[in-house]
Design a protein. Structure first.
Length: 211
């Protein structure tokens, strides 16, 4: 996905949160970064991250636009100074993936941001990551009803996008790790049984998922 497509996608994910009565009333810079920058910041390659107030990072080299030159793509970078003292200073997304992948990652990271802004602190890793994976999964499901029109057609591209969506949902559902896999399945069970808002309120009070 090109950087110029990021703003419409961000608006789309914000509409998704608003539709769940979880509107994010807080400005958060959303920045596409290349793998070199992700590794510089986190010492490993990851698809996305949420930068909180205590993270020691003053600026991010983000991809502002891309230029097609034959078979190669040249990226143009700019520097974004991160505001100090804010609960959530930025969300970083790894550049170069298709919209569905970046959108689900953005939904995941914005859930982390939403919880931080709402005052959720000290959550167990499997709860925080599990809930964020639930939001990524829900966003992919949401695409079936409100996604781009070209995803609903009969063309090869439309079928490819539908297959990609199902592949990504299946990847979330089958993930093996404790936090992202088991945590997702536990959080999904709670949300399906009690509803998302009740589950979040219970976690805010008790610090754990409802049983």
């Amino acid at each position: 996905m090109d950087p110029e497509d990021c703003k419409p996608l961000l608006d789309e994910v914000h509409r998704f949160f608003k539709g769940l009565n979880m509107k994010i009333r807080y400005y958060i810079p959303i920045l596409l970064v290349d793998q070199e920058e992700i590794i510089r910041i986190h010492k490993k390659s990851i698809l996305g991250s949420t930068i909180y107030e205590k993270f020691e990072l003053d600026a991010v080299n983000y991809v502002s636009k891309s230029i097609q030159r034959g078979e190669n793509v040249e990226v143009v970078k700019e520097v974004e100074q991160l505001p100090p003292g804010r609960k959530v200073r930025a969300v970083l997304l790894l550049y170069g993936f298709p919209k569905l992948a970046i959108g689900s990652t953005l939904a995941h990271e914005l859930m982390h941001a939403w919880m931080r802004v709402q005052g959720y602190r000290g959550l167990a890793l499997n709860i925080a990551e599990g809930l964020s994976q639930v939001m990524a999964h829900k966003w992919l499901e949401w695409q079936s009803f409100t996604g781009d029109d070209y995803m609903k057609g009969t063309s090869e591209k439309a079928q490819f996008l539908r297959n990609l969506k199902e592949f990504m949902k299946d990847g979330i559902e089958r993930r093996y790790s404790e936090a992202y896999g088991h945590g997702f399945r536990e959080a999904k069970w709670a949300v399906e049984r009690y509803g998302l808002i009740y589950t979040l309120k219970h976690i805010a009070r008790k610090g754990k998922l409802p049983e």
